[in-house]
Write a protein that binds this ligand. Sequence first.
Ligand SMILES: Cc1cc2nc3c(=O)[nH]c(=O)nc-3n(C[C@H](O)[C@H](O)[C@H](O)COP(=O)(O)O)c2cc1C
Length: 190
Amino acid sequence: MLVLSVNGSPRRHGNTCQMLDRVCRILAKAGAHIDELHLEERELSPCGACMLCAEKQDGKCHGRVDDGNEIIARSQAADVILLGSPVYFGSLTPLIKAYMDRVGFVGRVNGNFLARKIGAAVVPARRAGKLFTFAELNMWFLINGMIVPGSSYWTVGQGREEGEIQQDAEALQTLDLLADNIKWLATKLV
Ligand SMILES: Cc1cc2nc3c(=O)[nH]c(=O)nc-3n(C[C@H](O)[C@H](O)[C@H](O)COP(=O)(O)O)c2cc1C
């Protein structure tokens, strides 16, 4: 099982990263290969709506000269895609939105290559906007025909400064159960 972990926070070691890492550690123990993608370290512009991906249908973006095609290829190769975004002004970050638009559109016009992959989201925030952001990420999985496992609660957590998420015991429990459910689902699908 290949897991692509997409960190949509500009903080390399922030709460989003720590939530993703917790899920990935459990999956790695079960034998999964983890591919970590930290969007802040990459060049990924927003979708330019040129529609060349739909015209050429070769699984690539032709509208931008950046890291998009490498990121698209890594997404296509994954069995599981984890999306993580902190809440910014009640919504997801521009980093993760660029990922979703670029990879999602190329996937949809190239045989829906994301369909039937497993998708799961994690979202930290200081206070409000967690569920809205969580819903935005899950809508992306669903429109792309992906299969979404749950937990005992939505996998969101409370924290402002880097590492504060570790004090949210209930969030950590939900992440552990999410990882278990991904493991179980993967035995059926992968
Ligand atoms: C530009 C910006 C906007 C933010 N907006 C919100 C918000 O609307 N609601 C909230 O609860 N926290 C908000 N936060 C706080 C972050 O969601 C919070 O610190 C989160 O834990 C950061 O995750 P990270 O460490 O992975 O970057 C905002 C932070 C920044 C930098």
